[in-house]
Design a binder for this molecule. Sequence first.
Ligand SMILES: C=C(O[C@H]1C=CC=C(C(=O)O)[C@@H]1O)C(=O)O
Length: 475
Amino acid sequence: MSAIPCLADLTLESHELYKSLWNCQQQAIRLNCPQIVSLSQSIAPLDPLLFLQEYLRPHQLHFYWENGKKQTAIAAMGQVLAVHFSGQRRFEEADAFISQQQQTILKITTDSQPINPAKFFANFTFFDQAIQTESCFSPATVFFPQVQITRQQNHYSLVLNFSIHPQSNLNKVLEEIYHFQQKVDQICQKSNYWKISENLPYNPPLETVANYPQNFKTSVQSALNLIAQNKLQKIVLAHSLDVISPVPFQLIHSLYNLRQKHPDCYIFSTSNQQDQYFIGASPERLMSLWHGQLETDALAGSAPRGKTPEQDVQFAQMLLNSEKEKREHQAVSCYILQQLKKLGITAQSSPLQLLKLANIQHLWTPIQATVPNHLHPLKILAQLHPTPAVAGLPSQTACQHIQDYELFNRELYAAPLGWLDMAGNSEFIVGIRSALITGNQARLYGGAGIVAGSDPEKELAEVQLKLQTILNTLI
Ligand SMILES: C=C(O[C@H]1C=CC=C(C(=O)O)[C@@H]1O)C(=O)O
């Protein structure tokens, strides 16, 4: 076993660290309000998924996210702060909460320039109200984790956050910090010879317990009638598939499978405090904001991948030339540009292109803009969600019909999920190609955009193809 540089590069002497904690506590006493200390440092290479496996505890909130193409991954767990909001103002309230809490955070770093600073994590349900009393997720959840491991290309970092109260025992906090650092050090060493892939359990047979394809086709037909009557221009209808496994689903191994099979997607997972997990492999970025540069994707219009290169090209050509698919796509790109304009943002779109994924290809328009400093990411998010890639046009009418047609609660499906840092950077994806897992039960979601010219049978086939993304990887 080769030696791994451990956390010995922690240059802060313990008395310096104690002094920072003490300063933080003095502030808590002065303001009579808890403050947060956020400690960040570079660490040896460590797969954040392995850290999630080793450190995730029952009833903890967590957030996992990786993008193979960009070589980025984040695992965050535990909650120093966690809040929930609901209703039309949920994005605004989440924004106000984050801005207020940021004032209470004292950042300490051992790096000259922290590359991966502390982040807030957030998930939102598709609708702004919990529809049924048994809803698993709040319309908005924001949390600041206890521990965060980030990989950004070849740089790995650890962030530890602690809430410091006027009465906190600072020696205990110091002990906890060293305990975490040691644990990370051990996992770093272990990751040198231990791989998740070596411990993959067998693929248990899944039993389908609820699947209503006929209902989906009837809803598509009914939606087509509304479109013919000009009551709707587009609606995205989703289908759910409920499966059970003889054994509880394995979060880490399912995420590992998603990573292996869908390297072009964002692999994600988040949870509530009842150990219900929402996981998936989404190709759709709702927004990324990095040093004032906004990028968003209009993604709509789909075709399967071909079994041969020739067939693949043929499917791609058909997709690019289909009036119906282009209509479906343009509804999304025009909407995004319009919504950004309402915020005073003039965006540019790149030419229409194809996004080729493992089992499906999509029409894709990348959109870019420069965003003024004062515009908080959640203001942009509030303006964008839900795009016609997941709802329809006109948006409100489509959302009302979605609630009538769909027999299930969308929960986090097709809704924003992501992070925000304290420098105004942020990234949110749309939670599609996803599943909600409770023990040995999973509900899988897949949707398709319906416009004039859609065929119920073909839309069902498309949705089933999308469900495969997640069905084949759950373990
Ligand atoms: C709503 C979903 O996909 C959206 C994203 C890309 C292509 C889509 C389509 O062609 O219908 C959908 O708008 C889903 O996968 O559940």
